[in-house]
Design a protein around this ligand. Sequence first.
Ligand code: SF4
Ligand code: SF4
Length: 97
Amino acid sequence: MANQPDIIAIKIDHDKCTECRMCYVVCREINFNAVIIDTGPQHLHEIDMDRCVYPRCTVCLMYCPAEGSIVESESGRSLVPPAADAWTDEKRFPRRA
Ligand code: SF4
Ligand code: SF4
């Protein structure tokens, strides 16, 4: 699709995450289903990069209440609250035509 930014891997920082499940709910609501609950004893939330399309979508970043709990995997840059560049017309969800 034209003018779409490249997908960048993101992950949850479990030192900051409260496991509130808001990212799971909103990602399901918009039908990406990219937030999964792992099967370990703590049932931690994780982001499945086979499904997540960040920065083409930034919805979970807007709803997450825990500062710094979602980060870019490689750079470690915090995305909560969302960085200003996540709100540009090209990047925010839903897209304009
Ligand atoms: S950025 Fe969008 S697709 Fe990725 S986990 Fe968050 S809500 Fe789901
Ligand atoms: S919305 Fe934020 S604090 Fe809540 S489970 Fe997701 S990453 Fe953790």
